[in-house]
Design a protein around this ligand. Structure first.
Ligand code: ADP
Length: 463
């Protein structure tokens, strides 16, 4: 036992003896109930200030003193059942008191420790945390908010959260914020610009979560970090891709034209072995041109400049035309059409054709050895759903959620099938721009069914 513990045990002994002395001073040796009350007080004090060990020791010493007072008369042992029961009760009561108070103290200490740990984590975090009221008032902020925005602690205490946001982004952010605020437990992650105290701007990625129903928070939690570096890197990459693809497009288009002229001349000369080589060359050029168009589309989408050229056309005409064209090029698969009634669409015909070509060529590409692709439409509930069914390699459920992301390719096909992983991303964006939705159902080694729907206006549905 170290010195401090010894002192603690000594103090509890002195307290018990002191209590006994006080009792004998005030009441003589008659009133045991009073001394039990004093002993209980000493035990509680020991537990609170000296610890569990000294408290048990105080109980032990008090029990000895009490036993002597109750079970001895004039120095001789003396059996008296009610006295014995009083003594047992004293032991039990105080044992219970020690147990209950000790458990309570331990739980409180654990709670305080957890709170302290959590607080340190938040306070030391490089990410910003704010508790924001529905009216935009900042109820709590961690030091990172000050580090990221440059606003002083005083300013942050009085500021409304909207004053931290770049004016152009306030309306959109408010829309997201109030949507989250109106759905208990919901959350969203958005990117927007923030205004720093020195007037400069940063890009932030902000996760907003509704904790209004959580009694200990009762606010919306905003957790954001500075992603200016990442955004400018992405912009540089996008610019580079845009410029590089644009510059490559012109010479490649000329190359394709020369190849076609060459093919025509070789045909005229009936030079069949060279014709084969040139047509292979043409196919490869087509692939490179396709990739370049995809890269250009991605840069257009990223900078928000992919504009739709909408026109009126009949959907089934587009599907039939597209199936016929692809059928001529890809003779390995039969494209079966199962078309519902024809509807007129007001949409970007070339872009929808691009989506369909992408889905059907993917269906063909990822079903080697397959015989057919089923292209089906269904008109119901104010929308038309177009689906492309193949009987190929399928996709594992784990990969499906990422399929429509930029540059995403299923890991198991990367080696065996060529591609950039952009077709589905671009297609999905085109469908979203038409206020539709795209999705997929798939089973490994059974095949996939990619679908998209487009909303129909009342007039379109009547057609
Ligand atoms: P790419 O085909 O050029 O890789 P996509 O964006 O068109 O790019 O497709 C992304 C990924 O989705 C593909 O790499 C492939 O793994 C998977 N995928 C697309 N269509 C199918 C399909 N019909 N069957 C199985 N996997 C598919």
């Amino acid at each position: 036992m170290d010195r401090i513990s010894t002192v603690k045990y000594l103090i509890s002994l002195i307290l018990v003896l002191g209590a006994e002395y006080l009792k004998s001073l005030l009441l003589g040796s008659q009133e045991e109930g009073f001394s039990h009350l004093l002993f209980t007080g000493v035990i509680i004090l020991s537990l609170r200030f000296l610890g569990k060990g000294p408290a048990i020791f105080a109980l032990f010493v008090s029990a000895l003193i009490s036993f002597r007072g109750l079970m001895f008369k004039d120095g001789d042992p003396y059996w008296h059942t009610p006295h014995f029961l009083t003594w047992v009760l004293f032991l039990a009561e105080n044992g219970l008191i020690i147990y209950i108070i000790d458990t309570y103290i331990r739980q409180t200490n654990e709670g305080l420790l957890k709170e302290k740990r959590f607080k340190t984590l938040i306070e030391e975090s490089s990410e910003a945390f704010m508790l924001v009221g529905v009216n935009g008032s900042v109820r709590y902020h961690n030091p990172a908010v000050h580090r990221i925005t440059g606003y002083t602690e005083e300013a942050l205490r009085t500021i409304s959260v909207w004053e931290l946001i770049k004016e152009e982004d306030v309306t959109t952010l408010k829309e997201h914020f109030f949507k989250v605020a109106s759905h208990a437990g919901s959350s969203i992650t958005v990117q927007h610009r923030m205004k720093k105290a020195d007037g400069t701007f940063i890009w932030a990625e902000n996760a907003i979560a509704n904790h209004l129903d959580n009694k200990s928070i009762q606010a919306l939690v905003m957790n954001f970090k500075d992603i200016t570096g990442r955004i400018s890197h992405e912009q540089e990459m996008g610019d580079f891709l845009g410029i590089a693809s644009h510059e490559l497009k012109t010479p490649l288009t000329s190359l394709k034209a020369y190849t076609q002229v060459l093919e025509m001349r070789l045909k005229a000369e009936n030079n069949s072995s060279s014709i084969q080589l040139v047509s292979k060359m043409d196919k490869q050029i087509n692939r490179v041109i396709g990739m370049i168009f995809d890269l250009l589309d991605v840069t257009k989408l990223q900078s928000g400049i992919m504009y739709l050229k909408k026109e009126n056309f009949m959907l089934n005409d587009l599907l039939t035309e597209m199936a016929e064209n692809l059928g001529n090029v890809h003779t390995s698969h039969r494209i079966e059409l199962m078309l519902d009634k024809n509807v007129s669409l007001h949409a970007d015909r070339a872009r929808l054709n691009q989506v369909l070509v992408n889905l059907v060529t993917n269906g063909i590409k990822y079903s080697p050895g397959g015989e057919k692709i089923i292209l089906q439409t269904r008109v119901e509930d104010g929308r038309v759903t177009v689906s492309v069914r193949d009987f190929g390699i399928g996709i594992s459920p784990l990969e499906i959620k990422n399929l429509f992301s930029r540059f995403y390719r299923v890991s198991s096909v990367r080696e065996s099938f060529q591609g950039l992983g952009l077709g589905l991303y671009i297609s999905n964006q085109i469908i979203e721009q038409h206020h539709g939705e795209m999705g997929v159902e798939s089973e490994e080694n059974q095949g996939s069914r990619f679908w998209f729907y487009l909303p129909l206006s009342a007039a379109e549905e009547q057609s």
